[in-house]
Write a protein that binds this ligand. Structure first.
Ligand SMILES: Cc1cc2nc3c(=O)[nH]c(=O)nc-3n(C[C@H](O)[C@H](O)[C@H](O)COP(=O)(O)OP(=O)(O)OC[C@H]3O[C@@H](n4cnc5c(N)ncnc54)[C@H](O)[C@@H]3O)c2cc1C
Length: 407
């Protein structure tokens, strides 16, 4: 890896969707930026859909559009959905439609590896020469000086950066190295994800059935495949993971109540531990956290990556403005602004997820009554419905300029 003379403006550890989006947004503001990723470059393939799919909000779509990568996603594979149906085992139900909020879609299902691939390509093709991507490379040591961070990389190179950002996921090694603790709480559940093919068309509707053991989401993909995210008690998740395909599809038929007829085919299955987590601080000296390195939430409302993309856009806005004003991008006052902004947006979403989990993953009759009343009220009161959907479409955030279609 070449030595650089002047320090970078920003060094980012982790090329997940959030690290790559941050680098792309910073590059668009003219920053000198480098991304260091422990694994290899993203490798999306057009064949079977990636097991890991994210539901992107219209706010995330708008940011990706503004950064010039949305068309590349649309050209490859994206599945918009116009409605959400949610119901519980006792039959209480609520439906949301894009028309309720005058949007073309309530969300867009995009494969994790595709999102990374298009962002990585945008960085590779960046004309400015101010962007570096380093795969199979991690930060082994950090020394924070008065004017920059001095980094020693796993390939032996040294790098200086005025701001260092951890985008290296929920178990962030860099966050630990920088001495930031987290508060974690396990849900005692695992998320089982797979692509499955039902016998009835999904009709571009995202469906979620709430059951005492955890919710089952059936998310519409192209060619009438669905991505499932099934939250299950740990032992049950392990059991379903080891079943052969026919037995697994039969279990899925029972859990889905055959809302899409019987399931015909399944791709490989994968389990993810489910837990909530918040970092004690989002920033330190010349240091910031974004995405899952800062916060992890239950996937039941599909908000995780959207919150991370908003972190990335907010930090790029704060740093981009600092650079334009001739202010040090690692300035603690600016970083505190980012931390206050994003924590005050992320924390309520996490509390909302905790509330949903408490209310829905349980067979207690009092909670069942509360759920029925909640579903009924939301379904029948157009104003309540609009407010709820608007909150979900923007992840409850004070939107960064990028999400409003500005620079
Ligand atoms: C079952 C499940 C379903 C989900 N569904 C949804 C959904 O529908 N919608 C949604 O919005 N979110 C969803 N999420 C959450 C979403 O996947 C995460 O919020 C998102 O991946 C976070 O992105 P990130 O870039 O912060 O971290 P990650 O995607 O974890 O990326 C971190 C990157 O850092 C790299 N890395 C790790 N350690 C190092 C190191 N030491 N040095 C350098 N690089 C390193 C990793 O290789 C990786 O590339 C779901 C999560 C789960 C578990």
């Amino acid at each position: 890896m070449p030595m650089v003379d002047a320090p970078l403006d920003v060094a980012i550890s982790g090329a997940g969707p959030v690290g790559l989006m941050l680098a792309t947004a910073l590059a668009a503001r003219g920053a000198r930026v480098a991304v260091f990723e422990a694994g290899g470059p993203p490798d999306w393939s057009s064949e079977l859909p990636d097991m890991r799919v994210s539901s992107l909000t219209p706010a995330s779509r708008c940011m990706l559009q503004r950064l010039g990568v949305w068309d590349a996603i649309v050209e490859r594979r994206v599945s918009p959905f116009e409605a959400i149906h949610a119901w519980d085992a006792a039959g209480a139900a609520v439906r949301f439609h894009a028309a309720d909020v005058d949007e073309p879609a309530l969300g867009y299902l995009v494969e994790h590896s595709l999102l990374q691939t298009v962002l990585d390509r945008a960085l590779r093709q960046h004309q400015s020469g101010r962007v570096q991507r380093h795969y199979h490379c991690r930060i082994d040591d950090v020394l924070v000086d008065t004017d920059c961070c001095r980094l020693r990389m796993s390939d032996g190179a040294t790098v200086r950066a005025r701001l260092l950002v951890a985008a290296d996921g929920a178990r962030s090694a860099l966050r630990q190295r920088m001495g930031i603790d987290v508060r974690s709480r396990s849900y005692g559940q695992q998320g089982l994800v797979a692509a499955v093919r039902p016998s009835v068309s999904h009709g571009r509707i995202a469906r979620q059935r709430f059951m005492p053991g955890g919710p089952l989401a059936l998310l519409p993909l192209q060619d009438d495949w669905c991505s499932i995210v099934w939250s299950l008690p740990e032992a049950e998740a392990q059991r379903l993971q080891t079943l052969d395909d026919d037995a697994f599809l039969a279990a899925l038929d029972e859990a889905s109540g055959e809302v899409l007829g019987s399931m015909r085919e399944t791709g490989p299955r994968r389990l993810f531990p489910l837990y909530a987590q918040q970092a004690d601080r989002y920033v330190g000296r010349r240091f910031a956290l974004v995405g899952d390195a800062a916060h992890v939430i239950h996937p039941l409302a599909g908000q995780g990556v959207n919150l991370g993309l908003l972190d990335a856009a907010a930090l790029a806005e704060v740093v981009g403005d600092a650079l334009e004003e001739g202010v040090d991008p690692g300035s603690h006052a600016r970083l505190r602004r980012y931390a206050r902004w994003r924590r005050s947006d992320n924390q309520p979403v996490q509390w909302a997820m905790e509330g949903f989990h408490w209310l829905f993953s349980n067979a207690d009759p009092a909670r069942r009554l509360a759920r029925n009343l909640g579903f009924m009220a939301t379904d029948r009161l157009p104003m309540a419905k609009r407010l709820f959907v608007r909150f979900a479409l923007t992840s409850g955030a004070h939107l960064p300029r990028l999400a409003l279609g500005k620079r």
